[in-house]
Design a protein around this ligand. Structure first.
Ligand SMILES: [Zn+2]
Length: 79
């Protein structure tokens, strides 16, 4: 019997579940499998990215730039 197991590229701990990331930078690209801990810096980037579905829930609580501009215009606009 053969078992293939995906382990984290960094810590290679077979007990930790991994998530696959595609990383690209300056012409180089790779697919990395990272556990929760080692993928945390990348997950942080996703959290700061406003277009992802992960942060869509948060976004509704935060005033967007468009909203701010609209409010600004409303305040300064003379009738
Ligand atoms: Zn790891």
């Amino acid at each position: 019997m053969k078992i293939s197991l995906v382990v984290c590229n960094v810590c290679q701990d077979p007990k930790k579940p991994t998530r696959q990331y595609r990383v690209a930078s300056e012409g180089r690209s790779m697919v990395a499998d990272l556990c929760k801990e080692d993928g945390a810096p990348i997950e942080q980037l996703f959290e700061k990215q406003p277009t992802t579905t992960r942060t869509r829930r948060q976004q509704s609580q935060v005033t967007s730039m468009e909203e701010i501009e609209r409010l600004k215009n409303k305040g300064t606009k003379k009738p």
